[in-house]
Design a protein around this ligand. Structure first.
Ligand SMILES: [Zn+2]
Length: 393
């Protein structure tokens, strides 16, 4: 299926532009007409992180006239392994500002609009309305569903991508012509089931593989060339080196874009919809949560603590709290590890940030370990409060 161009062409190209974009202009399918459409296009990139970095760099180089960047985060050293739009001198700087500076260096003809804010239900419509096309580079389900819902409600196409370890996916969601994200994923995964890249890691170069697919699709939509990835899901496996294209159909029962939609406005609370922590875990942590500082005091006072690190072995290799025994969360949830836990010692669980340990705590309590507690904020809190010399990852 081909679609008409999304954007009307600009009146003309300047001499500078003709020189700069000559390798586009001599491709018959793009030509001066296509380049003028790119010049007139307004593209918003949600997130200047792993996917946003290559996406913004190539959109800028391609001559997309106006690029919006929305990101409220600042550049961290651990971003540099994959977020190539930022450099060492940008650490601590706003990601949106840092990305804008790189874009100006690559192509000063691009107009950059910075939205140095978190996308939320109050601002998402106003921001999206200013653009022709959205490129979604978000890394969490709450924002992803909000981006989808806002795009469908406003009738905007958006190019979605997701990455984890060696696996990537990409698609174009446009409810007027095909499915939306909810048609593919009607409900978010249960809390704790799908680890984030911060928990599970991501091969840096995977961002370029998926980010470049997103830019490719954005250019096709803007100029109306080729067959857009509407109704198609690209699945990339970097270890097998395979790209598979799977057909995705519009779901007539989709809660948002189906025949009888039940979601007709943005949700009140997307965090709540995606449930960062399950109800069981929320109940389990009440009166059973200690701080990193309290853990240190217990250890220093010689309290008989059995400290369990519920993260994965690779994370344990990177950094660990002294005295911690590694028992990954999965072994606790399956019940497999329960016999290795002492009945007569104070059990303290921790993970990276406190989400997985809360899930594990709920399982322990259900198995009768009534006195078990978990550490709020996990290893990251320990590093912050007790030993800043350890690497935060
Ligand atoms: Zn849908």
């Amino acid at each position: 299926m081909s679609l008409p161009p999304l954007v009307e062409p600009a009146a003309e190209l300047t001499v500078d532009e003709i020189r700069r974009y000559s390798r586009h202009l001599i491709i018959p399918d793009v030509g001066v007409e296509g380049q003028k459409r790119l010049k007139n296009a307004r593209v918003l990139c949600v997130g200047a992180g792993g996917l946003g970095s290559p996406a913004l760099l190539y959109l800028a180089a391609a001559g997309v006239g106006t690029l919006g960047i929305i990101d409220f985060d600042t550049v961290d050293e651990s971003n540099l392994q994959r977020q190539i739009i930022h450099g060492v001198s940008d650490v601590g700087r706003s990601k949106a500002e840092s990305a804008a500076a790189s874009i100006r260096e690559i192509n000063p003809l691009v107009q950059v609009e910075i939205h140095n804010t978190a996308l939320d239900r109050e601002n998402v419509r106003d921001i999206f309305a200013q653009y022709d096309l959205i490129v979604d580079g978000t890394d969490n389900f709450a924002t992803r569903y909000m981006v989808n819902d806002a795009a469908v409600l406003l009738g905007k196409p958006y190019v979605w991508g997701s990455i984890y370890r060696f696996d990537g996916q990409a698609s174009v969601f446009w409810s007027e012509h095909g499915p939306c994200y909810r048609c593919l994923y009607p409900e978010p995964p249960p809390p704790g089931m799908v680890p984030s890249c911060a928990e599970g890691g991501v091969l840096g170069v995977l961002c370029a593989s998926i980010g470049s697919i997103q830019v490719n699709e954005a250019i096709k939509l803007i100029t109306g060339i080729g067959e857009p990835l509407v109704g198609g899901l690209m699945v990339y496996d970097a270890l097998e080196m395979s790209y598979r294209k799977i057909k995705v159909r519009k779901d007539p029962n989709c809660a948002l874009c189906g025949e009888n939609p039940t979601v007709t406005d943005l949700l009140e609370d997307y965090e709540d919809f995606c449930g960062a922590v399950s109800e069981e875990a929320q109940e389990a942590v009440v009166d059973s949560t200690i701080t990193a500082l309290e853990l240190k005091e217990w250890q220093d006072a010689g309290k008989d603590v059995f400290l369990v690190d519920v993260r994965e072995p690779a994370e344990y290799e990177i950094v660990r709290i002294p005295g911690a025994t590694l028992i990954p969360k999965g072994e606790i949830l399956s019940g497999e590890a329960l016999s290795r836990l002492p009945q007569d010692r104070q059990i303290v669980l921790h993970c990276k940030s406190g989400v997985r340990s809360a899930e594990a705590l709920a399982a322990l309590k259900a198995a009768g370990f009534r006195d078990a507690v978990h550490v709020q904020g996990g290893v990251l809190s320990w590093i912050k409060q007790i030993d800043p010399s350890l690497p935060a990852y």
